[in-house]
Design a protein around this ligand. Structure first.
Ligand code: HEC
Ligand code: HEC
Length: 355
């Protein structure tokens, strides 16, 4: 049914690629004809109930060629010093672009970073990135992993040099930006075009809000609990209010991560971390800035037990202290309604090498 509909859509769009009619159902066109991606495929649709994006897309208009270039770059290990680590090595599609099974990120030459890899979604609604908000523009974000010696270990000049000497990239930059010139602005803008479209807004929760799906009584109770105990920080519909909060986690004496304070230098910001979205949280384990909790039950136990380790924790977490076992299960059942299979299986974000 879905496949038939997509084929129908692709016919409607008059895509010049004949094979497109067959391959559109997979979102992937054969070989070089990936450039036949049509405008409709990369159109930004603001989901119902979402606010206006904070990222200014007028300054970086998403085009099929720009998006395709961003996608190739995201999956290409050529961006790293060892030609082995791509953005996608750490940001795995099936985990909503988080990295399951690793508490701490795992970069070049087997080195470990200091933070857990977060899910990538709804990025154009964020005012800052990283668990401490250390980066305030999406276009600048990739510079951190690219140049970090434990992540991709490259220099911007080194990456640009490799791309210029590649057989495919000059042509791709030409299609995306109108000339063969490969510079850092174009590199970062195309990556942002790819990242900007990673929008998750099609979960059962969204369908429930639109009246297209029923919730079980357990999920309904979970939603009720969520709205009374968690909503202050995990604000719907993005499930974050973009603030930094201290939720009383035990400081890790080996990582010595002081959170937001490392950026602001303000003592009160110690152990404050950016409130993460909870969309797709079921598949983006482990949890917290350092991946200390392996599953949602452990997270619920943290809130319910009320053993908060820093005296200046945010008092709104106290509302969740004393959650019963049933409450915890209901909350987890609700959190699982935020798993968006349409997003997780969206072929536009798949590795372009996958046929
Ligand atoms: C070695 C693993 C690794 C690689 C490679 C990597 N990342 Fe990340 N990424 C992370 C970690 C860890 C964080 C969170 C860091 C923090 O909170 O301090 C992150 C954060 C991000 C964020 C911010 C998410 C948010 O909501 O705050 C974006 C966007 C992102 N990465 C994109 C990319 C892109 C694009 C590339 C390739 C150029 C890339 N990453 C390569 C591990 C990696
Ligand atoms: C005071 C604000 C606040 C309240 C209230 C709050 N949280 Fe959080 N939550 C946070 C912050 C901040 C983090 C990230 C901490 C970190 O990275 O170390 C977080 C992390 C999480 C995570 C892990 C997400 C991830 O990807 O790592 C889950 C799940 C979660 N919260 C669920 C809940 C639930 C369920 C409730 C209500 C019972 C709740 N939270 C109440 C601020 C809050």
């Amino acid at each position: 049914m879905k496949r038939a509909k997509q084929n129908e859509d692709s016919k409607k769009s008059d895509c010049p690629c004949i094979a497109c009619v067959v391959y559109c159902s997979l979102w992937v066109h054969p070989g070089e004809s990936v450039f036949q991606y049509i405008k409709k495929d990369v159109e930004l649709k603001i989901p119902i109930g979402f606010p206006q994006p904070l990222y200014d897309l007028k300054k970086n208009k998403i085009t099929p060629a720009g998006f395709i270039l961003g996608r190739k770059l995201f999956y290409d290990p050529i961006l790293s010093k060892d030609y082995f680590t791509s953005c996608a090595s750490c940001h795995q599609r099936f985990a909503a672009f988080a990295h399951i099974d690793h508490a701490l990120s795992h970069g070049m030459l087997g080195q470990f970073g200091k933070r857990n890899v977060p899910a990538l979604q709804n990025l154009i609604w964020k005012d800052a990135y990283m668990a401490d908000g250390g980066i305030n523009h999406l276009d600048l974000q990739p510079l951190a992993p690219l140049t970090s010696p434990i992540e991709m270990g490259e220099s911007v000049a080194g990456v640009l040099e490799k791309l210029r000497n590649d057989s495919l990239y000059p042509g791709m930059f030409n299609k995306a930006f109108g000339s063969d010139e490969i510079n850092s602005e174009r590199l970062l803008k195309s990556l942002s075009q790819f990242l900007a479209l990673m929008i998750s807004s099609n979960s059962p929760y969204d369908k429930y809000l639109e009246g297209k799906m029923e919730f079980s009584s357990q999920e309904l109770n979970g939603l009720k609990l969520f709205r009374s105990k968690c909503e202050t920080c995990h604000k719907e519909p993005l499930f974050t209010d973009n603030s930094y909060r201290n939720i009383g986690l035990k400081p890790d004496t080996s990582l010595k991560d002081s959170g937001r304070a490392a950026i602001t230098g303000v003592n009160e910001d110690k152990m404050k971390f950016k409130v993460p979205s909870l969309r797709n949280v079921e598949v983006s384990y482990p949890y917290m800035h350092d991946g200390r909790f392996r599953n949602l039950k452990e997270v619920m136990n943290h809130y319910a037990d009320g053993k908060f380790f820093t005296p200046d924790f945010d008092k709104s977490i106290e509302k969740a202290v004393g959650l019963s076992e049933d409450d915890k299960s209901d909350l987890i059942a609700f959190l699982k309604t935020l798993t968006d299979k349409t997003f997780l299986m969206d072929r536009r974000f798949a590795d372009p090498a996958m046929k």
